[in-house]
Write a protein that binds this ligand. Structure first.
Ligand SMILES: O=C(O)c1ccccc1N[C@@H]1O[C@H](COP(=O)(O)O)[C@@H](O)[C@H]1O
Length: 231
């Protein structure tokens, strides 16, 4: 199975249609990211998630852990998944899962700084709370919580996947592009990849950029043919 692709920070209806046609699995829509450059109001989130799609899961990306805020978005917009960025408590995830069950997929970002996992002691609790997948991403500080441009070192990814990959699906984020995807897929074959910056041209998500990413994922995932030398 091909790794799933999430493209993050969508703000336009036309982009949703492109992502859906290109076979992208998750469209990340920012809501509850104060002053975030792609942040959407509830009305904008509701409008974008009303577009009919075949493939894409509408994924609300948020730093907000307040239950009233989350419930309002779930009940008014047509979201399929929530990506909790930042330091959400496992109890919040447990409550959302308890209330909405399988209708909302939960992706929890696990932040890596200087090769250390900042939520190291919480991973089992996130899994037990009902998270569907974890996203490993690089973290700099409170002002650069995502899109840091810092790629995770391969040994950090390998260690994490070998420790937790038998319990939960793992996605990888952090400065990925069509140039770095092949190495990641060959060495790790993650459940999914999460991309923001590399999907853009002049700051706008671009069909050609996403096509390059999808092509890279598909070709890197093809089984290699063994060559036999006949003497
Ligand atoms: O980009 C940000 O500043 C940001 C802020 C709050 C939540 C998420 C944010 N970015 C997310 O980081 C990953 C990886 O992006 P990239 O490919 O490294 O540019 C993605 O989910 C972004 O939306």
């Amino acid at each position: 199975m091909l790794p799933k692709v999430k493209i993050c920070g969508v703000t336009q209806a036309e982009v949703i249609k492109h992502l859906d046609n290109l076979g992208v699995s998750y469209a990340g829509l920012w809501h509850g990211i104060p002053e975030g450059k792609y942040n959407l109001s509830l009305a904008e989130l509701t409008a974008l998630t009303s577009i009919p799609v075949q493939n894409v899961s509408f994924t609300m990306v948020t730093l907000n852990s307040e239950l009233d805020f989350l419930s309002q978005a779930i009940e008014l917009a047509h979201i399929n998944a929530i990506q909790f960025h930042g330091f959400t408590l496992p109890s919040v995830i447990e409550k959302i899962k308890h209330q909405y069950g399988h209708s909302i997929e939960i992706l929890k970002v696990i932040h890596i700084k200087d090769n250390q996992c900042l939520e190291g002691g919480f991973i089992q609790r996130y899994i037990d709370a009902g998270c569907d997948a974890l996203i490993l991403d690089s973290y700099q500080d409170n002002t650069r919580i995502g899109s840091t441009g810092i790629r995770l070192e391969q040994h950090v990814i390998t260690d994490f996947v070998s420790t937790w990959g038998n319990q939960i699906s793992i996605m990888i984020a952090g400065g990925l592009s069509e140039n770095t995807i092949p190495e990641l897929i060959t060495s790790t074959m993650p459940f999914g990849i999460d991309i923001d910056s590399a999907a853009r041209h002049n700051g706008i998500i671009n069909r050609e950029r996403v096509t390059a990413i999808m092509t890279s994922v598909a070709s890197a995932s093809m089984p290699r043919l063994e060559t036999t030398t006949v003497i």
